[in-house]
Design a protein around this ligand. Structure first.
Ligand code: MLT
Length: 358
């Protein structure tokens, strides 16, 4: 990809580097955490908060103050949205307020590095997604190990992605998009959230499937990227339904395809990428919660129990469904299932990214 970054204040685009088109296989579908330094403006409560009426917790740990869930991308994006949905019921289960703090940078690895080095006391939790499994390959000087620097708490949700375009972007179908990119190699502006973000990975799959290079425009998350897509400052992106469904339904952006095997109940008119001729652009963005590895077992167990309570909440399920996703099955919201997923995904992505010279 031809890679560019946005200036956060102006969204102006500047070129970063040019490289050859990727050869990604089509086989797939720290410093101590300075949360205080995030300032009061960056941390905010989830949509609801638990009060002192919390009823004790599995694992026998009863937190005595607010818990922070660190989100590694900008506010208003899909990771932030999913986190805020579960923060309320988790807080109620734990009897404490859950604060959501957005720590952006380096495709989610800045936040992960900070949480890895945070006090292992249960008061700092990381929400991360598929990017945790690609980080060790993409960032050789990561400063943490996804498998040993954290305790996994459980998976949260798996979200399909949608290829979406601005209302003024010429292509109206996936086939027209493919033809447009092929006719304009290296100049079609593709928004993403940085190297290792889900939107970056999906862009690699698109490039490989099309065989033409995109002009990659980096944002601190796909929340701000969506703002620029809505304003037609970028041409298109591939982002999770948790960030795109509302806009697709409202008709304010164009939807070209969804990256799941089947159409999605929330977006029945959106064809799958396979239907549109890009069968190899298939990806599901899985999310999970983490704490620093030295966190006591009973503390981690209490947090896992709170996650399981949140995922069983009917309101959470209904809100997820509106956004094209669902809570994971109960047996997936466990440390064992989460660790197995992380290990497997690291092995899936490493050879593919190495081959892509990413
Ligand atoms: C976000 O929350 O902004 C996204 O998950 C970023 C991405 O991975 O594309």
């Amino acid at each position: 990809m031809h890679r560019e970054e946005t200036n956060p204040s102006t969204h102006a685009v500047r070129s970063v580097r040019q490289r050859a088109p990727v050869r990604l296989s089509a086989a797939i579908a720290a410093a101590a955490l300075a949360l205080a330094a995030c300032g009061p403006g960056t941390g905010s409560p989830g949509p609801a908060s638990g009060g002192p009426a919390g009823t004790g917790t599995a694992g026998g740990w009863q937190p005595t103050g607010p818990i922070t869930i660190v989100v590694p991308f900008a506010a208003g994006g899909p990771t932030d949205t999913v986190t805020r949905q579960i923060a309320g019921p988790m807080g109620t289960a734990l009897g404490q307020q859950i604060v959501v703090s957005n720590v952006v940078g380096a495709g989610g690895t800045t936040a992960a590095g900070q949480v890895a080095a945070a006090p292992a006391d249960g008061y700092t939790v990381l929400m991360h997604h598929i990017g945790m499994s690609t980080a060790p390959t993409l960032y050789p000087d990561l400063g943490f190990d996804p498998l040993t620097s954290f305790k996994t708490l459980g998976l949260v949700t798996e979200v399909p992605m949608t290829i979406v375009g601005g209302s003024e972007f010429a292509p109206n179908t996936l086939q027209e998009l493919v033809a447009h990119v092929k006719a304009n190699p290296g100049t079609v502006n593709y928004a993403n959230a940085g190297v290792g973000a889900a939107s970056h990975l999906c862009g690699l799959l698109i490039e490989q499937a099309i065989g033409a290079e995109l002009n990659e425009v980096e944002f601190e998350g796909t929340g701000p990227a969506m703002d620029d897509l809505l304003g037609n400052q970028v041409d298109f992106m591939c982002d999770q339904t948790t960030n795109t469904a509302t806009h697709i339904t409202a008709g304010t952006i164009k939807a070209y395809g969804i990256t799941s095997a089947e159409r999605n109940d929330a977006l029945p008119a959106v064809p799958t990428t396979a239907e549109g001729g890009l069968a190899d652009v298939k990806v599901q963005v899985w999310h999970g919660l983490y704490v620093p590895s030295a966190t006591p077992d009973n503390v981690a167990q209490a947090l896992t129990a709170a996650l399981q309570t949140a995922l069983a909440d009917a309101t959470v399920a209904a809100e997820f469904a509106k956004l094209g996703t669902a809570p994971v099955a109960a047996d997936q919201a466990t440390p064992a299932a989460h660790t197995a997923k992380l290990q497997a995904e690291i092995e899936v992505w490493r050879p593919l990214l190495e081959a892509a010279e990413e």
